[in-house]
Design a protein around this ligand. Structure first.
Ligand code: BEZ
Length: 217
């Protein structure tokens, strides 16, 4: 069995995101509907549950920031569209938020299966908290999986999208905990000649041949 066979239905970083045509609270949506933008696709175990509620509220709070980064949001669970509508109405009235991003009603679990969101040891039929960052070419750029009992840090997801976009815009890598506006890192040299060049640059920005900081602005 190859490594690929072990998790045949989980999209990997750098691969095209699986196509979908899904019933959502905003009508039928397809992957191609998001081609003009980046997409954060996130699954949650179930509507009307407390951790999921805090996550939806947090995603709603990050909505404008993500929009400014040309990034859309799409939630998913195996609940029906009627359940989603009722839950969104409840969240909006109880927590004074606006949930204006769509939620997929994946009642058959087909889309969750294609995206590797069902992990039977955690739950036989409810998705775990999986997050995919898909770029504007439909390529999976990052993903994470959290268990049912742990809510995600939506600020970290926003930071991740910003870091990926900075990498694309400037051809750089971003250090641990990087935030927009902070120095970035030159990708490591892959030839001796490049290493020599970096070593010669020296100074505070380049303390060693493999470690060179850069400004993006
Ligand atoms: C929750 O969102 O609170 C939750 C959902 C499923 C299992 C455990 C917690």
């Amino acid at each position: 069995m190859t490594d690929r066979d072990a998790t045949p239905l989980t999209p990997r970083i750098g691969e095209p995101a699986p196509d979908f045509e899904a019933e959502t609270t905003h009508g039928i949506l397809r992957l191609e509907d998001f081609r003009e933008s980046w997409l954060v696709l996130f699954s949650h175990p179930a509507d009307f549950t407390p951790v999921c509620a805090t996550e939806l509220i947090a995603f709603a709070g990050a909505r404008e920031k993500l929009r400014a980064m040309r990034c859309e949001l799409l939630g998913l669970s195996v609940d029906s569209v009627f359940s989603h509508i009722a839950w969104v109405r409840s969240l909006e009235s109880r927590f004074a938020v606006t949930i204006d991003f769509p939620l997929v009603a994946d009642v058959t679990g087909e889309m969750a299966r294609r995206y590797g969101m069902l992990m039977s040891a955690e739950s036989p039929n409810e998705p775990v908290r999986m997050t995919y960052v898909i770029d504007d070419r439909g390529i999976v750029r990052a993903f994470s999986a959290y268990p049912m009992t742990t809510g995600r840090d939506v600020g970290e997801i926003v930071r991740l999208v910003a870091a990926l976009q900075a990498t694309d815009a400037h051809g750089v890598a971003t250090p641990a905990g990087w935030k927009p506006g902070e120095p970035v890192l030159a990708p490591p040299p892959r030839t001796q000649a490049m290493a020599e060049e970096r070593a010669k640059a020296g100074g505070a920005a380049c303390p060693d041949w493999y470690f060179c900081k850069k400004e993006t602005s």
